[in-house]
Design a protein around this ligand. Structure first.
Ligand code: NAP
Ligand code: GLV
Length: 308
């Protein structure tokens, strides 16, 4: 039985060594060395093209090497193939770290202080206690909930929004489009940790910004497709938003003339909030293969009808 890997070759070599050591019964192959295509039951990849599936007649599971699956064209994945996204502690820890950094950066006025430093201005801004800064997270999945747990330790009042209802200790939970305005109306800092689906594409738009308290901050660590970039620039220009941290963009990298590069109220990072770690990622992949072999449910199997 073969597991075929088609993604970042450096991680692939590390995973091959780990599988050779811990799962010698699995024939781990690095693309393009497929071996016998009929033996390939598992494919671990980022964004395979349709011709890859066509060459693998007995493929059962497609494992995304990342948390997201929006990079896949699900309509091209054969219907018999189960799609599984990555859930692993290294990826979660990375996202928690980044979301805390970005939240504290906006909470503690770091965009203003970077600006002031560049202008040799020594000027303080009154501290606002964490207990008065309401933080809201869109997306109450693996990552959103982990971020909320850590943010709770700072004392921020917390709320969250998801598709289906949730009950989370210490978090005011809202669900569905009907409850979106009530949720947004109380988010001084809004963090987007949604998957990109037809439902969520463009959700960070003018209507959303209009519903936030004046001068709110925004952190997008979901996907660039969540954000309507021109609406963001308008909201920053007229002060509806005060500061933004973006880790993901529609075009990565953005074109050389893109206004985000120089915007004083935008902090940009190159899609680095979180990454699948070699060691913990391989362990999660192997655990899922063992679950599948034992006929047990796998962690992170997606609902293709919902796109996440
Ligand atoms: P997840 O466990 O699948 O959680 C997704 C959450 O979004 C769930 O709470 C879900 O609601 C909610 N949701 C989905 N569609 C919705 C809708 N139409 N309206 C309201 N809520 C909706 O995903 P995850 O592991 O937390 O990851 C979330 C995303 O983070 C990934 O898809 C990826 O895009 C992004 N990500 C970014 C980076 C980075 O480096 N920037 C790294 C990793 C992941 P229910 O709970 O009701 O299902
Ligand atoms: C990264 O963005 C991921 O989806 O893992």
């Amino acid at each position: 039985m073969t597991l075929l890997y088609k993604s970042d070759p450096e991680r692939g070599s590390a995973w091959r060594a780990l599988f050779a050591d811990q799962a010698p019964d699995i024939d781990f192959r690095l693309w393009p060395e497929v071996g016998d295509p009929a033996a390939v039951r598992y494919l671990a990849a980022w964004a395979p093209t349709p011709d890859v599936y066509a060459g693998l007649p007995n493929l059962e599971i497609l494992f995304s090497v990342g948390a997201g699956v929006d990079q896949l064209d699900l309509s091209q994945v054969p219907p018999s193939v189960t799609v599984v996204r990555m859930i692993e502690p290294g990826l979660t820890d990375g996202m928690v770290e980044y979301a805390v950094f970005a939240t504290l950066a906006l909470h503690r006025h770091m965009l203003d202080y970077i600006d002031a430093q560049r202008q040799a201005r020594w000027q303080s801004i009154r501290l606002m206690p964490a207990a008065t800064r309401r933080v809201g997270v869109m997306g109450l999945g693996v990552l959103g909930q982990a971020v909320l747990r850590r943010l709770a330790t700072f004392g921020f009042p917390l709320r969250g929004w998801s598709r289906s209802p949730h009950v989370i200790d210490g978090v005011d939970c809202y669900a569905g489009r009907d409850q979106l305005p009530d949720f947004l109306g109380q988010c001084d800092l809004l963090i987007c940790l949604l998957p990109l689906t037809p439902e969520t594409r463009g959700i960070l738009c003018r209507e959303t910004f209009d519903l936030l308290p004046a001068g709110a901050g925004l952190i997008n660590v979901g996907r660039g497709g969540h954000l309507v970039e021109s609406d963001l620039l308008d909201a920053l220009d007229d002060g509806r938003l005060s500061g933004v941290v973006l880790d993901v963009l529609n075009s990565e990298p953005p074109p050389a003339a893109h206004p985000f590069w120089w915007h004083r109220r935008i902090l940009l990072t190159p899609h680095v909030a979180s990454m699948t770690r070699s060691d913990t990622g391989a362990a999660a992949l192997l655990d899922n293969i063992r679950r599948h072999q034992a006929g047990q449910p796998m962690q992170g199997a997606i609902r293709r009808d919902l796109g996440y």
